[in-house]
Design a binder for this molecule. Structure first.
Ligand code: OGA
Ligand code: MN
Length: 280
């Protein structure tokens, strides 16, 4: 009997989060039942990776479009005039493509949390990777929220964090000299995921500078506690890249960071993000 069930294999990657999806060739259109299975796995695991992919920019656009409208690149520079949704995360300068987030380690953050409508999904396709380092860390923000002391959760629920990102001046770490005109927005400290209904901690070391409604020193103290809590090893999966990895993560319930690598080595990722809904 014919079956509409998708034949994919979902292999969990760690106790924290993440799954590898096997049995899909993203250079070809993927049928609706398979895409639904992939979306379900993504909601369950927060981060998914398809290894050994050979995909064009158009293939990446097609896959991402299943999840919603694509975000146009606002921070940084898009790859070229025909690829307004594509940003090359790379230190490679000999391709003529515009680049962003070229070198170095990067603090934990959630993409675009400083906008009213942060992207829900981010995707990266690994084209070149350094021999060591340049790994991407992904932290589970559901677990972070759920494991906070009850009193702290009660205190924070309903409060908003202020997020700001100075891409031009401090793209990788938050300095003391953030341009006050940088894009910024307030969002709930605990946000509710529209698909799973679960609450996730939504503050991060790179972009969240204070909690609205708390005295300055208390806000700073609690934020430091939340950052340290959310970044603890148990909640983190470290992705060691292979060329041909295509990954997608959920910015509504995870945050990510990058480890350092030798700037003399080449690293090139093609990045496309999917628009998100209002943060509640
Ligand atoms: C990003 C990002 C990390 C990396 O593209 O949003 O944070 O590992 N990239 O390059
Ligand atoms: Mn990012």
């Amino acid at each position: 009997m014919a079956t509409a069930l998708a034949e994919i294999t979902v292999k969990p990657l760690s106790d924290a989060l993440g799954a590898e999806i096997l049995g899909v060739d993203l250079s070809q259109p993927v049928d609706a039942a398979t895409m639904k299975a992939i979306e379900d796995a993504w909601h369950e695991h927060l981060f998914i990776v398809f290894r050994g992919q050979d995909i064009s920019n158009d293939d990446q656009v097609r896959f991402c479009s299943y999840f919603g409208d694509l975000e146009e690149v606002r921070t940084g520079k898009f790859a070229n005039e025909d690829m307004k949704h594509t940003m090359m995360i790379t230190n490679v300068t000999d391709t003529g493509l515009q680049t962003a987030l070229e070198n170095g380690d990067m603090w934990f953050h959630s993409d675009q949390c400083y906008y009213e409508y942060p992207c829900k999904a981010s995707t990266l396709y690994a084209i070149e990777i350094p021999s060591v380092g340049g790994n991407t860390l992904f932290a589970n923000c559901y677990t972070a929220w759920e494991t906070l002391p009850t009193e702290l959760r009660e205190k924070l629920d309903g409060l908003k964090g202020h997020h700001i990102y100075d891409y031009a001046g401090n793209p990788m770490k938050r300095g003391d000299n953030i341009n006050p005109d940088s894009p910024q927005y307030f969002h709930p400290v605990a946000r509710t995921h529209p698909a799973t209904g679960r609450k996730a901690l939504y503050v991060n070391r790179l972009m969240t500078d204070y909690i609205d409604g708390l005295p300055e020193d208390e806000s700073a103290e609690i934020l430091e506690q939340l950052f340290a809590h959310g970044e603890q090893k148990e909640f983190v999966y470290e992705h060691v890249w292979q060329v041909g990895d295509f990954v997608m993560w959920d910015n509504r319930c995870s945050m990510h960071a990058r480890t350092d690598f030798d700037p003399a080595e080449r690293r090139m990722m093609r990045r496309i993000t999917v628009k998100g809904e209002a943060v509640v």
